[in-house]
Design a protein around this ligand. Structure first.
Ligand code: MG
Length: 260
């Protein structure tokens, strides 16, 4: 089942995707309870898809694929390496990634599988992690690579407004242990690896993070990017595709001149 959040006529709604139609529902079943349909439906093309959740935080994982660690000549981690992306970095499908040219000259895409938390998770065991997951979405962990190298930690490089595209929706029925994660820059393939190559799988990651911080319904864990990362420029279009979910497409635009 694909849950989505949309805007139509200035109002925000929640829905379930049914082919090319959206069946409106009252809310997401974050607590595992059933949800109600309102009886209203829309053509998919008549609504604006929004980021499927408004997370309190996006918890991201660094170096979770062996080949990506090799890309940076990094040792394989013995436990997940965490960093945060602020809620203000989240944008939805087809929204614009703004190039922070006042500070960075190297901005990269990172295709990732995103875990969407359904039920509050605090100190959850690995074998109970699935009970806390609503579903999965595509994430682009946009990164100012030059700043990542210059700063001693990742906050600035990962946190610019628009640096966390999410979407296009949440797929609840997915085997997260073996799905293909891809990116396409201007339609050209750039990354393609399956989640089977993760060093720590989604359940291990959720459990680990939940022993550090409480995960709230709607929070997102970005599970790390495969090898093949690269830079984007204003005018580019970047597509993140996860098998079984769909495609998250965003364009990159120059920062408006004179903005602060
Ligand atoms: Mg990443």
């Amino acid at each position: 089942m694909k849950f989505l959040r949309f805007g139509v006529d200035g109002v925000t709604g929640f829905g379930v995707l049914d082919g090319e139609r959206v069946r409106e529902v009252t809310a997401y079943p974050f607590d595992g309870e059933s949800f109600e349909e309102t009886g209203v439906t829309y053509a998919l093309g008549d609504v604006k898809l929004l980021a499927p959740v408004e997370p309190s935080k996006v918890v991201a994982i660094g170096l979770n694929f062996k080949a990506h660690a090799a890309e940076f000549n990094k040792e394989l981690p013995t436990e997940p390496m965490l960093f945060l992306k602020p809620s203000t970095s989240v944008i939805g499908p087809n929204e614009q990634i703004v190039y922070p040219s006042h500070m960075s000259y190297r901005v990269d895409y990172e295709a990732e599988l995103g875990i969407v938390i359904g039920k509050r998770a605090k100190e959850v065991a690995v074998d109970e992690a699935a009970d806390h997951i609503l579903g999965y979405t595509c994430v682009n962990d946009v990164t100012a690579r030059d700043l990542q190298g210059r700063d001693v930690q990742y906050t600035r490089a990962k946190s610019f407004d628009t640096f966390a595209p999410l979407g296009p929706w949440i797929e609840t029925e997915l085997n997260p242990l073996d799905v293909r994660i891809e990116s396409f820059l201007n339609g050209e393939p750039r990354q393609s690896t399956t989640s089977a190559d993760m060093i720590f799988n989604v359940y291990e990651l959720l459990s680990f993070v939940s022993h550090v911080m409480t995960l709230l319904p709607g929070d997102v864990i970005a599970t790390g990017t495969p090898s093949g990362i690269g830079k984007m420029k204003p005018g580019n279009t970047i597509e993140i595709r996860v098998e079984g979910i769909g495609s998250l497409v965003n364009s990159v635009v120059a920062r408006p001149t004179g903005s602060v």
